[in-house]
Design a protein around this ligand. Structure first.
Ligand code: ATP
Ligand code: MG
Ligand code: MG
Length: 436
């Protein structure tokens, strides 16, 4: 990519979230935000590099780099992509003044050497959400120990839907039937399946099956031709599950591992799939798998927002008295090794110090990032004898797994999180408990 010869016609609209608009060009993506100061993007890169990457694993995290873009290119690009943006998002404007962007590998593609096959890579993007029920002694409402936050939040939004960590296979199937904004599928970098931001209609499963058919052609004959579409979806889900349960790209044995769901874990009572919610380390996910890694980081939130909020107030009170301490405590970064030390070496018991409070608040923010990330599983048919492959009976796939969307969550957001939690829980209690 030659930054001085950028032509907007080589780039296309790829997607967007709440914060960034993403454009893609073969093997790279550029994120352009509405808040685009150089320092702000550098913070995102540092946070990914020094905090999330060591916690989640080198192989899953790509931190990217800040790039300086020609202003003319950004202006032309913003005009070009405007009509492709979903209406719902158009109140957000792209920053066209700073010329800064975040450049990342295009994770919907595989590195070029894998592209010997005529069938382009398929990429599945999943938002795993929170994978455990809170156990903190600071919790005041018993229902939080029994019903997961996702189910309660869905209830709050008046739409009940299961989340991902629950019996993965069933959950993936449900996601395919009702993806909300937690599932996207790309083929050769093009979005082919998602829940449209602005349309109420459900995405077409039949269209997806047509897209997938060439990748699973052998399964046409497998099920006596009874439900070939269903057979294809089954195999597709199996490939995703196997990739999610393997140790990323380092699993060379080629054997897909199995999930062992322990019987005695506490489970979410609002979820249609009991017996499978994760509470402690004994969650049955293979240790190196991407889901185990994410769960482990999510569980840094071991006090719950109800335990964190008083510690946040302790920090605030301290800063009021000693405002200069804000830098030393790295409240707003920089996100470097020393920040990571504070996350890792926070005392386990509350000794009443501001150091303890800051350590727990930092841990909470890191856990929040892990509850909001996306997992990208990209796979393509592979030839025999290739390394890094996921071997099912037949066919075989080369695959790569990455974790995306690892921005720091703002310190100032904690009071809002506390209020939102109270609202969601109270609404859940009011609406599910029948009046006396
Ligand atoms: P959110 O609202 O989820 O916080 P965000 O504004 O932080 O979103 P991202 O999630 O980082 O933005 O990006 C938006 C979308 O763009 C992603 O869901 C994904 O589909 C796509 N995307 C982002 N980065 C890449 C990448 N490096 N490769 C491929 N696709 C990407
Ligand atoms: Mg984000
Ligand atoms: Mg996102």
């Amino acid at each position: 990519m030659e930054l001085d010869k950028m032509d907007e016609n080589d780039w296309k609209y790829h997607g967007e979230g709440n914060k960034s608009l993403v454009v893609s060009h073969l093997q790279v993506c550029i994120h352009i935000n509405s808040k685009q100061a150089f320092r702000h993007i550098l913070n995102i890169v540092d946070y990914s590099k020094y905090v999330m990457k060591p916690l989640l694993g080198e192989k899953y995290v790509h931190s990217g780099e800040v790039v300086k873009l020609p202003l003319d290119f950004v202006r032309q690009l913003s005009l070009k992509v405007q009509q492709e943006r979903p209406e719902l998002r158009c109140d957000k404007v792209m920053d066209t003044f700073s010329g800064c962007g975040l450049c990342l590998p295009n994770l919907t593609q595989l590195p070029l050497h894998h592209l010997r096959d005529h069938r382009p890579p398929i990429c599945v993007e999943i938002k795993p959400k929170c994978g455990f029920l809170p156990f903190s002694r600071h919790i005041t409402k018993e229902c939080k120990r029994k019903v997961c936050r996702f189910c309660m939040h869905q209830h709050y939004k008046a739409k009940v839907k299961p989340d991902f960590f629950k019996r993965m296979y069933v959950a993936l199937k449900n996601l395919l039937e009702e993806p909300q904004n937690n599932l996207k599928i790309f083929k050769g970098g093009e979005l082919i399946f998602s829940c449209k931001d602005d349309a109420k209609q459900q995405p077409e499963l039949n269209d997806l099956i047509q897209h997938l058919r060439p990748y699973f052609s052998h399964s046409n004959g497998l099920y006596n031709g009874h439900q070939p579409g269903k057979a294809i979806l089954n195999e597709f889900i199996q490939v995703i599950c196997s990739a999610l349960l393997s140790g990323g790209d380092s699993n060379r044995s080629g054997e897909p591992r199995k999930v062992h769901l322990s019987e005695s874990r506490p489970h979410c009572e609002a979820s249609p799939f009991p017996r499978d919610l994760l509470r402690n380390g004994n969650h049955g996910l293979p240790k190196d798998s991407v889901l185990a890694k994410i769960l482990q980081v999510q569980m840094l939130d071991n006090l719950d927002i109800e335990g964190i909020y008083p510690l946040y107030k302790r920090v605030e009170q301290y800063l009021e008295e000693f405002p200069k301490e804000r830098n030393r405590l790295q409240i707003d970064g920089p996100y470097n090794e020393s920040f990571m030390d504070k996350v890792k070496n926070c005392p386990t018991e509350d000794d009443g110090s501001v150091e303890y409070a800051v350590g727990k608040v930092h841990q909470y923010r890191v856990a929040m990032t892990a509850k909001d990330c996306s997992v990208m599983i990209t796979f393509a048919p592979c030839e025999e004898d290739e390394e890094q492959q996921l071997k099912l009976e037949k066919p075989r796939f080369t695959y790569s797994i990455s974790i995306l969307d690892l921005d720091p969550k703002p310190y100032e957001g904690i009071p809002h999180q506390y209020k939102l939690d109270t609202k969601i829980v109270n609404y859940y209690l009011r609406s599910t408990q029948a009046p006396p």
